[in-house]
Design a protein around this ligand. Structure first.
Ligand code: CP
Ligand code: NVA
Length: 311
């Protein structure tokens, strides 16, 4: 596998390898500091980012390389240069490219035309680098035996939901998405694909609309912002009303398993999708989760440039 374009492209073996190496980079960030010696990695973003940018730039530095940050609106792509030509040009200079943008098809097209590994750093469809950080954090807490555990996402059926469902499916987990019905439920195609992958790995995928029942005995309660980057402002009021029952409150947290934890990819809006007392409370693992954005992106770059992911 040349690129990491979608979470669903990873095999279970790839995920195990990526998490194992990320754990090493957590202990010793410079464990493979010659990997990118005298090399560069492009980080190309058309949407804002705090964590993914920091994680990528520091990961490249720890691998001995130099990150080159590119803003979408400063490239010739904004003046009509094609995605294919841009991919070929970046390939002349850099050893890998991490891209954050709107449409998944742009990332797919970059991957198809670049001769270097292309990594999806978030699209409207998926957020693969995030969910690897989530799962290394989950394993640190619960170990790798996840039988009998339930992993629940609450809120908007968005890019993070895609990643959450697909990665849970790959790892054979019992994964639930608790979302409103209709417009803000996860895409049917995503759910069908996740179900197929879950079946192959002994896991299960459920989409439900009762947040209290979903939270019952859950090991993880996970949420994300209600308004994602690029979501139409005109829909805000309607969307907030629909999502309100899926806010992770103290009451929802009280339904969780006794060792249940709270997770959030961040950025967070306290008082909207989560109570401040939950996200800042003793069961929240958000800072460790954020820390692992670097270890996992470092692992992804390390294995992709060495051609070690199989898909
Ligand atoms: N979680 C995440 O991707 O954060 P940023 O948008 O800050 O990169
Ligand atoms: N769903 C959010 C995730 C941010 C990391 C967004 O796309 O804005």
């Amino acid at each position: 596998m040349k690129d990491l374009l979608k979470t669903e492209h990873l095999s279970r073996g790839d995920v195990e390898l990526l998490l194992e190496t990320a754990a090493k980079f957590a202990v010793d960030p410079t464990a493979a500091s010659n990997t990118l010696a005298h090399k560069t990695v492009a980080i190309y973003m058309s949407k804002p980012s705090t964590r993914t940018r920091l994680a990528s730039e520091t990961a490249v530095a720890h691998l001995g390389g130099t990150p080159v940050f590119l803003r979408g609106d400063e490239l010739q792509i904004g003046r009509g240069e094609t995605i294919a030509d841009t991919a070929k040009v970046i390939s002349q200079f850099c050893s890998a490219l991490l891209i954050r943008t709107y449409s998944q098809s742009e990332v797919d097209e970059l991957g198809a035309n670049a001769t270097i590994p292309v990594i999806n750093g978030l699209t409207d469809y998926d957020h693969p680098t995030q969910v690897l950080a989530d799962w290394i954090t989950i394993r640190e807490k619960f170990g790798s035996d996840i039988s009998g555990r339930k992993f629940v996402y609450f809120g908007d059926g968005n890019n993070v939901t895609t990643a959450w469902l697909m990665m849970g499916a790959i790892l054979g987990a019992h994964v639930v998405a608790a979302t409103p019905e209709g417009k803000w439920a996860p895409d049917n195609q995503v759910v069908e694909t996740a179900k197929r992958i879950a079946k192959e790995n002994g896991g299960s995928i459920e989409v439900v609309h009762d947040p209290i029942a979903a939270a019952k005995d859950a090991s993880v309660l996970y949420t994300d912002v209600w308004m994602s980057m690029g979501d139409p402002e005109a829909e805000r009021a309607e969307k907030e009303l629909a999502l309100k029952p899926f806010k992770v409150t103290e009451n929802l947290m009280a339904q969780a398993a006794s060792d249940g934890i709270f997770m959030h990819c961040l950025p967070a809006h306290r008082g909207e999708e989560v109570d401040a007392s939950v996200i800042d409370g003793p069961r929240s693992v958000i800072w460790r989760e954020a820390f692992h954005r670097r270890t996992t992106i470092q692992s992804i770059i390390y294995h992709l440039v060495r051609g070690e992911l199989k898909g």
